[in-house]
Write a new protein. Sequence first.
Length: 241
Amino acid sequence: MSVCEQARPAPLQCRSPNEVLQAVVQMLPRGRAWQSNEGGPLMGLVRAFDAGVFDDPPFQTRSRTPSVMLGFWRAFSTSLAFMLSRWCDLRLEFWCKTHKETDDLWMAEYGLPDACDPFPDLCAKVAAQGGSTCEYYAEIAPRAGWTITCENIVNDCGGEAGTFQAGCSWPGGQIGGARLLIIVNLDESPSYTAPIEVLPFAGHLQAGATLACLPDITPLKCILDRIVHAEIEITYQTIGG
């Protein structure tokens, strides 16, 4: 549906103090008391040329002190222009990409900084659309330096058309909840720090030797716990490393 151009509000314009002064003077009442018979409060004139060398009026050889009324409204317009400029600055604070003075309020509103947040950048978090698919999770993880793939684990007793098995269910039983397998490629994950010791192999373990821990992917779990739905059970599997 088309929109009438005349019905749209005028764009916001930030006026200079002189522009505000001209607008204020135009709104003064009519009459001699307001000097409107002389075109408004008298403006000051600054002599630009020496009267002994140049002729007036082609050259500005006179000077004139501005009227007291003009001085009053100029002071008023300066304060009004400052207030309007602050309104113009406030308009920019409503968008992440243009805000400057309210960064602390933006950060508090979106819970940043947070080491576990999948969107450590403020504007990226503001623009995030969210999702609940494997593709979405695999897109978020690389931002924190992790390379993952994921698979939906289907319940053995069915849950999808063509996967039901005879004799698998029993009275009072229930189908398990949603499950997700996250496969972490340690070799392609810059954020992964390999342990100093290697995992023990059969025939290589010596008496008194310490056992190395499994790969630590706690930072990745911390991030995914923020975006994966709470009802989904996650199983992690690592490859490489």
